[in-house]
Design a protein around this ligand. Structure first.
Ligand code: SF4
Length: 236
């Protein structure tokens, strides 16, 4: 057991890196998924998984001075997380650039850049940025090199978006990891408090108490299922 106050976690304390994005979106959602193993698969989450499998199935390659590694296992004993990056790019840099790392079987120095693939589009909350930042902090720990930027790729817009890994984003990522460990140690899922996030939450049907109104009609049920699918599309 440990905290983030400067010291390191043990291997047994590592939590899923992906839980950080759930914590940013809603701490109750993180508790439902990671403490209570509640998850709702539907067409959209399956499609998201499919995108990740396509990325994972692509072999590593070298193009235009960028070496691409897919499905890279990452861990940080500082944050206390373990997970996988969809892609880590290594960009060739000047041989005298101290920010680069040496890679086995390659000449010169290379700058690691995490790339995370998302099925949807950019969102108002910062869950994707925190997940990406945590991946970068894992790479920094593994290679002892500063990682200044990462990339988010959104399937809906088909665009790469560079993310500057600022001190403020790093602090948010550390605070999120600390809250995640505190919640997991407590074993308690935070109570439900409806916010505007709920309208975009994939777990709303299993999280919020049922309506006190009478049994819904078939039409209301079908409308609810359709609206739930749209919410998942917006969240992922
Ligand atoms: S429905 Fe609302 S309170 Fe429940 S997990 Fe989703 S965002 Fe959190």
């Amino acid at each position: 057991m440990n905290t983030l106050a400067g010291s390191m976690f043990d291997e047994d304390d590592l939590l899923p890196l992906s839980a950080l994005q759930h914590m940013v979106f809603c701490e109750r959602q993180a508790g439902l998924i990671h403490l209570e193993q509640t998850w709702a698969d539907n067409a959209y989450t399956v499609e998201g998984d499919h995108l990740h499998r396509i990325v994972d199935g692509m072999s590593s390659d070298l193009r235009s001075d960028v070496l691409t590694r897919r499905g890279v296992t990452l861990k940080s004993f500082r944050l206390g997380v373990i997970g996988r990056a969809d892609v880590v790019e290594f960009h060739s840099v000047d041989r005298v650039d101290s920010e680069g790392v040496c890679l086995p079987g390659r000449t010169g120095r290379w700058r690691p850049v995490p790339v995370e693939y998302k099925r949807g589009r950019p969102k108002a909350h910062r869950a994707d940025e925190v997940q990406l930042c945590a991946q970068a902090m894992c790479l920094e720990e593994a290679f002892a090199v500063a990682v200044g930027t990462g990339v988010l790729f959104y399937g809906r817009t088909r665009r790469r978006s560079e993310v500057i890994l600022s001190a403020e984003l790093r602090a948010l990522t550390e605070r999120t990891a600390e809250r995640l460990h505190t919640m997991m140690r407590s074993g308690r899922t935070p109570v439900c408090a409806r916010t505007e996030q709920c309208d975009r939450c994939s777990l709303e049907p299993v999280c919020l108490p049922p309506s006190k109104s009478s049994k819904p009609s078939v039409r209301a049920y079908l409308d609810g299922v359709l609206s739930w699918s749209i919410k998942v599309e917006d969240q992922e």
